[in-house]
Design a binder for this molecule. Structure first.
Ligand SMILES: CC(=O)SCCNC(=O)CCNC(=O)[C@H](O)C(C)(C)COP(=O)(O)OP(=O)(O)OC[C@H]1O[C@@H](n2cnc3c(N)ncnc32)[C@H](O)[C@@H]1OP(=O)(O)O
Length: 436
């Protein structure tokens, strides 16, 4: 599929394409040019021509839709016009909203070259894409953001967060929970399959989790490196088998090197489908000799680990990162598929500057199951909130009362905020360890 249209000036053309079996995998093909243009935006080097077919295979498996904005009026010596000056990519994966894994619109690879920035190119691509995604029936758009200032203006709200942690694994480190199952290093040839199997179980049971793209298990397991799709021999993979012998968690990690003090192991990826598998993976990490510190950037904010340690001061939080940003495209479809706690009825008025999701909606929840209906004409809302606030509230990563205090949500009736807190509340925080 190729669509060409004008964006902001007659010299700029937007070309949108998907990757079929006949896509040219050579360095001269449009895919390689698109990929290298994306690399420019994220300050990466030019891709090795040998690697392009593997990236093509990965992007094809993800069924990515790639957008490039091409400038046909550049100086003669400039990169030729087949190298887009702006890139944008989308794909569809699942988001766990409790009652279901729903298909959502993922946005990625957003770049605009320095020579063309702040001329409205991102705005032009994103407003069109969000509208088209809504028209295709996708209820929610999601992304992970390079900077927290970019996407609020397009109606996204920060929805999940993680902690970067540093754990002292010297003698005082001890997991007090009763030991169970076995944790062991596995051979490379089984790594991708096991990583995918464990992630699938984790994803199905974790509110806020997003399905992973093709390359993820390869990078997590070391089959692909960070820079190139070739084996990264520094990455080790340990799998936890539960008492029944089922793989229930894995951790991949690399040693930071003897010149780094304290001696540090960095977790590349850690996925556990049960609480005990999680603690057993930490017991394993704590048993690595000659290591003083283990670092990991994807811990839950409500992490059980410090509560399971003999000395909780082994556990330090070094930072908080936003992960998933959510944008409502179809409020009844999005809210109607999520699971809730308890029962109650409330009318929400949603404000959306882009005009995609605004309106008044009745949310009626009975024993955790919602019926959501758009309301016609003038209705008295219990709560007015921005589309950003609704995106943040959607996965329960922040309470309505916090959003009210922050000014994104206004209650018009008594108890409305308390009811939202109760309905949208979760036993555990939403948790997403998929970046894209
Ligand atoms: C999901 C992802 O892929 S996250 C990755 C995002 N990309 C990057 O960080 C790569 C480096 N940055 C870039 O390539 C570009 O600066 C982009 C893509 C962030 C912005 O592209 P531009 O075409 O310059 O944005 P555009 O001109 O459409 O700006 C739209 C609005 O966003 C604002 N804006 C754009 N980028 C930023 C930013 N980084 N911080 C704050 N505001 C921003 C503009 O000021 C403008 O505001 P206005 O419409 O209210 O006047």
């Amino acid at each position: 599929m190729v669509r060409v249209s004008e964006t902001t000036t007659p010299d700029l053309q937007t070309r949108i394409f998907t990757l079929g079996p006949d896509e040219d995998p050579s360095a001269d093909g449009r895919f390689a040019k698109w990929l290298n243009a994306e690399g420019i935006g994220f300050h990466e080097g030019t891709f090795d021509p040998e690697d392009i077919p593997l990236y093509l295979q990965a992007y094809r498996a993800d069924e990515r839709v790639l957008w490039g904005v091409h400038d046909t009026a550049q100086p003669a010596e400039a990169l030729d016009a087949d190298f887009p000056v702006a890139t944008y990519g989308t794909m569809v994966h699942t988001l766990n909203v409790g009652a279901a894994l729903i298909d959502v619109h993922q946005i990625t690879a957003v770049t605009v070259r320095a020579s063309h920035r702040r001329q409205g190119i991102l705005r032009s691509m994103m407003t069109r894409d969000l509208r088209e995604a809504r028209d295709r029936g996708l209820p929610v758009a999601i992304l992970t953001a390079s900077e927290a200032t970019i996407y609020g203006r397009f109606g996204f709200g920060c929805a999940t967060l993680t902690h970067s942690i540093e754990v002292d694994v010297r003698e005082r480190f001890e997991v007090t929970a009763r030991a169970t199952g076995t944790t062991t290093l596995v051979a490379r040839e089984h790594a991708v399959r096991l990583a995918e199997q464990v992630f699938t179980a984790f994803d199905a049971s974790t509110f806020g989790s997003v399905g992973r793209q093709y390359a993820y298990a390869r990078r997590a397991s070391g089959e692909w490196g960070r820079e190139r799709p070739v084996e990264d021999r520094a990455v080790r993979l340990a799998v936890h088998y539960d008492a029944a012998g089922t793989p229930a968690g894995y951790v991949t990690y690399r040693f930071a090197g003897w010149e780094t003090t304290p001696y540090t192991v960095k977790v590349v990826d850690l996925v556990a489908s049960t609480p005990s598998a999680y603690l057993e993976l930490w017991r394993y990490l704590g048993s690595l000799d000659l290591v003083q510190v283990v670092t990991w950037d994807e811990a839950r904010r409500d992490d059980a680990l410090p509560w399971a340690l003999r000395d909780r001061r082994c556990y330090g939080v070094k930072g908080t990162d936003d992960v998933l940003w959510v944008r409502m495209l179809d409020v009844p479809a999005a809210l109607g598929q999520r699971s809730y706690r308890g029962s109650g009825k409330i009318v929400l008025e949603v404000l959306d500057d882009l005009g995609l999701a605004n309106g008044s909606f009745s949310l009626a929840v009975a024993d955790g199951v919602a019926v959501v209906e758009p309301l016609e004409g003038a209705q008295t809302a219990d709560v007015t909130l921005t589309v950003n606030a609704l995106g943040s509230l959607y996965l329960g990563g922040v309470q309505a009362s916090t959003l009210a205090a922050a000014g994104g949500l206004t209650a018009h009736t008594d108890d409305a905020v308390a009811l939202l807190d109760a309905l949208f509340g979760l036993a555990q925080e939403p948790y997403c360890i998929t970046h894209f």
